[in-house]
Structures are given as C-alpha cells and as structure tokens.
Ligand binder design. Sequence first.
Ligand code: HEC
Length: 158
Amino acid sequence: VPRTKTSSADPMASSPGVVARARRRTVVGLLPVVVAAVVTVAACSGTSGSGTAAPPGTVSSNGQANGQALYAAKCASCHGADLRGTDRGPSHLSKVYEPGHHSDASFRAAIANGARQHHWAFGDMPPVSGLSPEEVAAIIAYVRTVQGEKGFEPYPPQ
Ligand code: HEC
C-alpha cells in the first residue's frame, strides 16, 4: 500500500531526522536577517569614526562628513531642515547670514560658544557640542551651498 506524505502513519513524519532537518532549514532561512542586522550595526558604528557622537548618516559613503545630515541632526531643530528657521531660531537664508555679514568664522564661533540674542527675538543660541572641525566645516559648506542655490531672504524680514 503506497503511503502518502500526510498520512499520520508515516514513520518519517515523526522521525528525529526529519525534525532536525526542518529546524536546520529554519536557521538557514533566518541567516539573511541575521547578516543584515550585523551589517546595519557595523554601518552605524562606522559613522562615529572621529570619536564624536555623530548620528547615523552623518558620514557619507566616501568617508566625508555629510553636512546635510549633520545640519539635520544638530541645527535643524532651531534653524529648520530647510534652513528657513523655526519658532526657536532664525532662517540661515536671511541676508544677515550672507558670508559678508556672517563669515565662516562666525559660524565656527556660534557652534563653539553659542550666540547671544542680538539679531532676533528667539533667545540665545547654546553652544553645539560633539562636532569635529571636519564636521563643522561640512555643515558650513552645506549652508553656503543651500544659500547659493536658494538665494537670500530680506533682513529684517518683510
Ligand atoms: C537651540 C536652538 C539652536 C540650535 C540647535 C542652533 N542654533 Fe544657531 N542660533 C539660534 C538662535 C536663536 C540664533 C539667533 C541669535 C540672534 O538673535 O542673533 C542663532 C544664530 C546662529 C548664528 C549667528 C551667530 C551670530 O554671530 O550672530 C549662526 C552662525 C548659527 N546660529 C549657526 C548654527 C549652526 C551651524 C547650528 C548647528 C550646528 C546651530 N546654529 C544650532 C539657535 C540655535
């Protein structure tokens, strides 16, 4: 009498060998997930290369500090992801932040020391910690690039 696979009388179905094989298949099936998790962890820890606590994505694939991601992580909460300001800080596209008015040095100083309220009424800017000189340079380069692309808003705002 030919046995069918689903028959409960099939001695193979309950044999330890079959169970073990099924378990192995499950483990093999999970392998890509495990590998992906390990790769993700490795990629994230790679972003803290210079010893600073840079969040994921702040170092681009070529190893350069990623000004856009750093700006998003460290400045956008007050200055806006689009640089146009929030209720906590001014727009970096204001004419007052043109290179001629606020040089790269004034950006470095604001990050290192903070800035007293003087152009606006948002309060003081606190110092921003955890940025290497390379990361600060990348942020400034990013701001200058966006300023060049989008142009400046009048100051005082109209
Ligand atoms: C907690 C909010 C906050 C964060 C975060 C913040 N800023 Fe500011 N920033 C301000 C405020 C408010 C001012 C306006 C001070 C004033 O009245 O002129 C300001 C002003 C500045 C100025 C002008 C300083 C000057 O000399 O007048 C620069 C440059 C600047 N921010 C750059 C940055 C950069 C770059 C980052 C991120 C690395 C950053 N800010 C993060 C709130 C913030």
